[in-house]
Design a protein around this ligand. Sequence first.
Ligand SMILES: NC(=O)c1ccc[n+]([C@@H]2O[C@H](COP(=O)([O-])OP(=O)(O)OC[C@H]3O[C@@H](n4cnc5c(N)ncnc54)[C@H](OP(=O)(O)O)[C@@H]3O)[C@@H](O)[C@H]2O)c1
Length: 335
Amino acid sequence: MKRALVTGATGFIGHHLVQRLIAQGADVKCLVRSLTRSADLSQFDVTLVQGDLADGPSLAEAVKDVDVVYHLAGLTKSVSDLDLMQVNGDGARNLAIACAQRTCPPTLVVVSSLAAAGPTLGSDLRVETDAIHPVSKYGRSKRAGELAVIEFADQVPTTIVRPPIVFGEYDRDVLHWFKMLQQLGIHLTPGLRNYYYSVIHADDLVSALILVAENGSRVTGAAEDDAGIYYAACDEVMTYSDLGRLIGDCVGRTRPRVIRAPMFMIWGLALGCDLWGRIRRHPMILNLDKAREAAAGGWACSAAKLRRDTGFVPAMSLEERLRQTADWYLRENWL
Ligand SMILES: NC(=O)c1ccc[n+]([C@@H]2O[C@H](COP(=O)([O-])OP(=O)(O)OC[C@H]3O[C@@H](n4cnc5c(N)ncnc54)[C@H](OP(=O)(O)O)[C@@H]3O)[C@@H](O)[C@H]2O)c1
């Protein structure tokens, strides 16, 4: 039986990963910052280790006696640029150091982001050999995390997975699209051009993470080498408007109104949300950093390399996954 550590287990994707690992009979440890905020994990037979990505000794304790470390902990948005870099960049480094200090280091699977690589180049899907140019502070912090773990690649067998937007049960971010569509019947689309986007359901991402842990390639640390790096996405790519129409259909709005907002409006809205988030000390889903990403172009990537190396196949179509998510939101009264 594999012994695994999950960081970020109290988060959206972490919940899906822990559930799957337990179902597969793994012995699971979770790094948690607060035992009270970890109440949801009590439904699973897991060992909780209290710690923080900033606290080296707690990480050393957490990585003891495990075969695989799934590193999901991170900030997807923050009102502080410093926090983004400290958690996503320095935090990943601290975890890699803790792994490297073990006599027999565990396999380290790092959940990075498509944002670490940057938007789609031209009309093609982004692939692992494409040049890296993150456009947001979030993206640069995730790239810093990638570079930090790559430094330890000669000591720690490491694989980096870059998902695009992740959706699914327990997610509160993409939930906003579902809510706006169900309650108002509208889908706000940034910009006047039709860019393509990739997405992935959390359960398919979890499959990808477990597959790369078992038989993915590992990063080598050599420049221009794409070994050990994978994009994970569902097969379908869609424009933002079509994604809205599909979600609309899943929540009973067969003809939603797709409202195209010129980028200057998105920037204005993002500025307002950003300021409000800073006043409340709580980041909003739309902020200046997310507007930077929206303005940069398409965000579509290919999972062909992941499929070739590990046999990854999404378990369902995008439409089925969106329906499954909508049904769950409705059942749990999130919608
Ligand atoms: N969701 C997406 O669309 C998406 C897309 C691409 C990549 N990703 C990446 O996937 C990972 C998981 O995302 P998610 O959506 O599941 O995020 P999430 O729901 O916000 O969960 C984040 C997790 O990180 C933990 N965490 C934050 N700061 C920490 C610290 N200093 N030390 C230890 N743990 C810390 C949180 O713990 P607390 O409960 O204590 O706050 C929580 O468990 C992230 O690395 C994110 O960058 C997400």
